[in-house]
Write a protein that binds this ligand. Structure first.
Ligand code: COA
Length: 182
């Protein structure tokens, strides 16, 4: 597996990968209507992460197998299409970094790709001076993040058009350099 930073010219392929990942891997957890409403505004590419150099693409045999990243900005989730203004920078001394937008190709699930991207994110987050990470997980992602030492802070529902909601899990992990505190 090759891990590299995402580029702006990856966006079309990333959107395609996100659609496949959501429609297959989230199907046991969400209805078709929930997944279709969330694709784009909630599950989509955030070009700000690509511009910041904090979004990764994993490739196997030259094909995109997964993506995921972290953020030093305020947004907790979502593609950039729903955003109207700039996404403010966080302060590593007082704010938690975000882990954002992990999507693995269904053919490549449970092969350690998510784990490898997350480890790269956590190293970069520590290097950037943050000591805490927060994220909003899908129900499909909850077990993955629990297995990586994240803890549930709160369960809630994101409102979506058409009176739909998306149940999600706000999770966090406390870290110090070289020594993870759970
Ligand atoms: C959640 C997701 C990113 C996990 O990626 P992955 O590459 O399949 O995960 P890994 O293979 O690195 O799994 C690492 C560990 O996480 C846990 N895990 C991952 N997927 C799991 C699942 N579906 N059920 C239970 N545990 C799971 C396991 O402990 C696993 O270790 P193991 O395979 O040795 O038992 C992937 O399933 C996905 O893209 N889901 C759809 C999109 C989505 O909802 N993303 C989350 C956004 S918050």
């Amino acid at each position: 597996m090759n891990l590299r930073l995402a580029r702006m010219d990856d966006c079309a392929a990333l959107e395609q990968l996100i659609g496949l990942s959501v429609r297959l891997l989230q199907a046991p957890f969400y209805s078709m209507a929930q997944m279709e409403a969330a694709l784009g505004p909630i599950f989509g590419v955030d070009r700000q992460l690509i511009a910041d150099g904090t979004y990764y693409v994993a490739e196997t045999e030259g094909k995109m197998a997964g993506c995921g990243g972290w953020s030093q900005r305020a947004s907790l989730f979502g593609g950039d299409r729903a955003r109207t203004g700039p996404d403010p920078l966080l302060d590593p001394a007082s704010d938690p970094a975000r882990v954002r937008a992990f999507f693995i190709h269904p053919d490549q699930a449970r092969r350690g790709i998510g784990k490898t991207i997350l480890a790269a994110c956590e190293s970069a987050i520590i290097e950037a001076g943050f000591s805490r990470i927060e994220l909003v997980a899908t129900l499909a992602g909850e077990a993955f993040y629990l297995s990586r030492g994240y803890r549930v802070l709160k369960r809630y529902e994101l409102p979506m058009p058409g009176r739909l909601t998306l149940p999600v899990v706000w999770m966090a992990k406390q870290m110090t350099t070289g020594n993870y505190l759970f």
